[in-house]
Structures are given as C-alpha cells and as structure tokens.
Ligand binder design. Structure first.
Ligand SMILES: [Zn+2]
Ligand SMILES: [Zn+2]
Length: 408
C-alpha cells in the first residue's frame, strides 16, 4: 500500500481533519473505507499495532487509547511512511497523553509541545467558523477546545448547529469538512458578531496576545501556563469557561489580577472567623480556604516563577504570617497544612517534604495517632512554620522545586 498524494498539513489543523483529507485526496470514498484498508495493511506489518488503530475518526486520536497508546503511536509511525515523498507529519498533529497533571491531579493531553487540560477537549460536537472554512477548508485544532468560544480571526461566533437541519455539527461523525450531513454548505452560515469578552478569551486560548492586556495570563508566552491558569479559574470559581457568564467574568478577573483572588481569600477568612468553633491551631487550612493549594499546586508547573497563581497565593500567605506573629492566642497563621499542601507552598513534591520533616527541618504540629506514618492528606504542619521554611530556604523564584532541599 502506498499513498500517492500527500496534502500539506496546516500548522493549526486537527489530526482528525488531516487524516480525513489524506483519505479524500487519495481517492477513498470515506474515512471508514480508508481506515479499513490501512488496518488490513497494518495487519501484515504489525498485527498488534493494527489492533490499536481505530476505524472511526472520532476515536482516532492517540489520547483516546488508554493502555494501547504506545501501540497506537506505533501504528501512526508506520502510517507516516506510507507516502512516496517525505514522511507524513502525523505525530506532530496528534493529541497524546501527557505525563503532566494540572492542579489536583487533573489529566493533561499534549500536542506539539503544549500541555492541555483534558477537560478542555470537546467530546461531542465540534463547532466551526464559516469564514475560516470559506478561506481554507480544514478544521482548526482550537475548535476542539471548549474555552475557544468565538473565532478570534474574524470576530464572529462559532456555529455549533447546522442552520439547515438544526443538527449538532461534528465532522468526526459526518466525515465532512465544509458541509453538514443534510447537504447544507456551512460556508454560507450566517455570521454573527461575537462579544468582546468571547473574542478576548478565544484569542488567549488560541495562543495569541491581546493588545492592551498586560495581565500575567496574557503576557505569558507559555501556552501550557495559560491553560493551567484558566483551568484553575474553573475550580476556584466553580464555573465552566464555555458558559457566557463565565467568559465575561474570567476576562475581567485576570485583567485586574490579583484583586479578585485577594477579595475571595479575605471573604473565606471572614467566613471562617464567624463560624470557627475550635482554636486556629486545631483548624485545618482547607476548612478556611478550601482546596486553594491543591488546585494551584501544578499549573502545570509548580515553581512560582512560572506558576503566577501560586505566586499570588504565596505572597498573600506570606503577608498573613507577617501581620499575625506567634502569640499566646493562636491566630490564622497557625492553621494546619497537610503534606500535599505544604509541598504546594514549597513548590516541591510530597516525598521531598516528607524528607524535610524527617530531617528535622519541618516539625509536626500534631503527631499521627499511635505512631502511624504520616498520610499525605492529614493536616499536620503549621502554616507559619511552612512559610518560614520557604522564606529561609527558597530565595529564587525560578527554582525547579527541589533545589532548596538538603542533600542526602
Ligand atoms: Zn474564522
Ligand atoms: Zn444540516
């Protein structure tokens, strides 16, 4: 088997779209027919890899494969050699599993060097921009992302349902790029101007800068960091970015950064003060601030040089400890952190902080019952002690996380 035509991929083209065009331009009547032929060919080359090659376009991408993802990569590598001229650029376009996680163990996928929260990927339905399709008929990768809500190039809303039949648009189902199943030509869909906030969010999600927006979200050149901060915003405010009220809120929230964060943290503290039934020295950090540190600890970086959300939280807690010195009566700076939370504040991992504790650099405020091993989630360290350790041992904002730790 050999593919004679090798279409040039667009830099922002989705993997599924490229495979669909590859099938079409080589004369196959549908992707399903093409994938059956590829499957048969793979069976002769490497039957295990063939088993990991799905027939339907919607399941094709590497991140859909769980245990067999390395086999799927192998199948795609074999496929890369099917053209007469150069290798096909398939893996560069594919979305794969990432070893990175965001915040509280939220999974990431990876495309061409960028970590993307898996929860940002649309499951059903991929909306389109009629103007983009009119210029070049291919599917843009960012149409697959939920927080991409409008076309940042043309300033118009994305079209999610067919204007002809009302059906949900999904080229992975229909195997059609410019048309709906019913025959409607999507390039003629009505253009509706998008709201400025929708455009601003979409511009950021597409990896471009927004004129006049100097917020850390907009100025970071690392798109993984930008996605991390947006995902964190969802957890912090318990919202979904693709909902209209949220995308209006998120743009303002980061433009006035860190004001919104500070106000919310002060409110959480006031609420705790009103309801507190035990002393601060027996109160857990998470009873006052919720999952604040767990959600911000990796976005997907954990050093405060790049994780600007964690940096703002560290600055806030530094100030809190500074204005609330140790006194006879316990105060807010005496609340208890777990190993995981302490690790977040020290931009480190749980094992390293455990060793700090074993080495006597960090003392327990509460002993685990009956001499049992300290569990990662058990509140045991004073906020004050952790912050002082941080100040004493971590002067650089760009350390990789473990450099401040003693050698052993
Ligand atoms: Zn467009
Ligand atoms: Zn239709």
């Amino acid at each position: 088997m050999e593919l004679l035509v090798r279409p040039k991929p667009f830099i922002d083209e989705s993997f599924e779209c490229y495979l669909l065009r590859l099938a079409q331009e080589n004369g196959f009547e549908s992707y399903r027919v093409f994938s059956a032929v590829v499957h048969e060919w793979l069976m002769e080359q490497d039957h295990r890899a063939a088993g990991a090659f799905p027939r339907s376009l919607g399941l094709l991408n590497v991140y859909h494969a769980n245990r067999s993802s390395s086999l799927r990569v192998r199948a795609i590598q074999l496929l890369q050699h099917l053209s007469r001229s150069q290798e096909l650029p398939l893996l560069k376009l594919a979305v794969m599993h990432s070893s990175a996680t965001f915040g509280n163990r939220r999974a990431a996928v990876f495309r061409d060097g960028i970590d993307i929260p898996r929860s940002f990927l649309r499951h059903k339905g991929i909306p389109i921009c009629p103007e983009c399709l009119n210029e070049q008929s291919y599917v843009r990768q960012h149409w697959h992302l939920k927080p991409y809500v409008a076309c940042h190039k043309h300033g118009i809303e994305l079209v999610s349902h067919c204007p002809g039949c009302g059906g949900l648009l999904d080229y992975q189902e229909s195997e059609l790029i410019t048309h709906c199943d019913c025959g409607f030509d999507l390039r003629f869909a009505e253009r509706k101007s998008a709201k400025p906030e929708a455009l601003e969010l979409s511009t950021l999600v597409a990896g471009e800068s927004v004129a006049g927006n100097g917020s850390p979200l907009a100025v970071t050149e690392n798109l993984s960091v930008r996605y991390g901060a947006l995902l964190w915003f969802e957890s912090f405010t318990d919202s979904r970015l693709e909902e209209p009220e949220t995308f209006i809120e998120v743009v303002g929230f980061f433009e006035t950064w860190p004001q919104g964060l500070m106000e919310e943290l002060e409110q959480r503290r006031d609420r705790a003060e009103q309801w507190l039934v035990k002393g601060y020295n027996r109160t857990f950090f998470r009873e006052v601030y919720g999952d604040l540190l767990l959600d911000a600890r990796k976005l997907p970086m954990r050093d405060i040089g790049r994780n600007f959300v964690l940096k703002a939280i560290v600055d806030y807690l530094n100030e809190l400890v500074r204005v609330k010195p140790l006194s006879k009566q316990a105060n807010i700076a005496d609340v208890l952190l777990s190993l995981v939370e302490a690790a977040a504040l020290l931009s480190s991992n749980v094992e390293a902080v455990y060793r700090l504790y074993q080495g006597g650099f960090l003392s327990l405020a509460i002993r685990p019952k009956g001499g049992t091993k300290l569990e990662p989630q058990t509140p045991a360290f004073r906020l004050r002690d952790v912050m002082e350790l941080r100040l004493a041992r971590m002067q650089s904002q760009n350390d990789g996380g473990d450099r401040h730790l003693p050698a052993w």
